[in-house]
Design a protein around this ligand. Structure first.
Ligand code: FES
Ligand SMILES: [Fe+2]
Length: 398
């Protein structure tokens, strides 16, 4: 085993030791105190507009995983932030992103959700651009003389690829420092081996709630026993959390019930720990490694995007086979896992989110919600979001 792999395995053991100790002692990672939050954080259109602008246009956002752009010329549309973008892997292997807007008269250039192309040729008048965004073909070019210089190339948008993830910052001309953004979370992401993940199934789950209300449902296990009584509670404890923070990002580990079987045994009898848990990649992405059935592990991306309205969200959910699909039978298993999680999210979490958010709109001014000490991920997540948009959380009375 290489030293990097040995280090990653040791990190997983370290997490397993913490989980096991919590299970033995009936303890959990906890915030120092509960925290109240004004419901306006979820309902204020001005805050929503600031989030859309600062978090979704000026922060690196996950567009896809690397294997979804498998070779030179592979492209995908990335319209989720509201800006039409095409992400493409060039002949040099680099990932680039451009506004998906023809520089002649603004037509939509790439029109399939994904595909492979050496050139993008506009279907309106036939201008063509290469995978580096350069304008390389103009029918009747001489009739545009003097007008295509200095540049009629596609407008670039910052893009980068790290640890098997493709990031785009949906703002032309902006500076993106992906390494500064990821910070020490980069090592955690590297340990997930996302570069090997092969997409199996993808879909969208809309919810009539603020995007942060939807996001909150991924950060705590406290609701397993009540809301997910039939679906998750049989497999997971709701009172044991292992929490790690990496700048604005974090990882949350929940204790599956089988931890109780081995927590008191010597480590040599433990199952070898794999990567697991909820990984929050600021501001809107959850990478869930595991499944609603213990013993089975897949990688699922939940990317939450706010609509124009403060109470509109779409979650783009994609499940990946962590080391690729090796048989049709396995593909079906992963598809079934997608359906099982989507069912829990759509019929339990997001029903709660939609109803709860509607209640927030109806609450009198000054109303608050409270995050318990065990809901620590939510506490830090809201602080990080408020910090990033430069709008402090409203003061609340204790
Ligand atoms: S708008 Fe694209 S070629 Fe005219
Ligand atoms: Fe849930």
């Amino acid at each position: 085993m290489g030293s990097v792999e040995a280090e990653r395995l040791e990190a997983r053991y370290a997490q397993a030791r913490r989980l096991a100790a919590h299970v033995r002692n009936n303890t959990s990672d906890l915030a120092p105190a509960p925290m109240r939050n004004d419901v306006r954080v979820y309902t204020d259109p001005a805050r929503h507009a600031a989030e859309r602008q600062k978090l979704f246009r000026q922060t690196p956002i996950v567009a896809c995983l690397s294997r979804e752009l498998p070779g030179a010329g592979s492209y995908r549309l990335f319209d989720e932030t509201g800006l039409p973008i095409v992400v493409v892997r060039g002949a040099d292997g680099e990932v680039r992103a451009f506004l998906n807007i023809c520089t002649h008269r603004g037509a939509r250039l790439a029109r399939e959700q994904e595909g492979s192309a050496r050139l993008f040729t506009c279907w309106f008048h036939g201008w063509s651009f290469d995978t580096q965004g350069s304008l390389v073909g103009v029918p009747e070019r001489e009739r545009f003389q003097g007008c295509l210089e200095p540049s009629a190339h596609l407008i670039a948008v910052p893009a980068a690829e790290r640890h098997g993830i493709v990031f785009v910052q949906a703002s032309p001309g902006s500076q993106m420092d992906i390494d500064a953004h990821l910070g020490s979370f980069g090592d955690v992401l590297a340990g997930l081996d996302l570069g090997k993940c092969e997409r199996v199934k993808t879909g969208q789950i809309p919810v009539n709630a603020n995007w942060k209300y939807a996001l909150d449902t991924y950060g705590e296990g406290y609701h397993f026993a009540a809301l997910h009584k039939q679906t998750l509670a049989p497999y997971f404890r709701n009172d044991v959390t292992v929490y790690d923070r990496y700048g604005p990002h974090h990882r949350v580990g929940f204790a599956s019930r089988d931890v109780e079987q081995w927590a008191s045994k010597p480590e040599s009898e433990w199952p070898v720990p794999g990567p697991a848990g909820i990984h929050y990649l600021f501001p809107n992405t959850i990478i869930f490694v595991g499944s609603v059935r213990p013993g089975f592990s897949y990688t699922t991306l939940f990317r939450h995007f706010p609509g124009e309205e403060v109470g509109e969200t779409v979650t783009y959910k994609t499940i990946y086979a962590p080391s690729g699909v090796n048989s049709e039978e396995y593909r079906k298993e992963v598809e079934a896992a997608f359906d099982a999680t989507a069912h829990v999210v759509a019929t339990e979490d997001y029903v709660t989110a939609a109803e709860g958010w509607r209640n927030m709109v109806a609450m009198p001014e000054g109303s608050t919600v409270v995050y318990g000490r065990q809901e620590l991920a939510l506490q830090y997540q809201h602080m990080a979001i408020a910090d990033a948009i430069g709008m402090p959380l409203p003061a609340v009375s204790a």
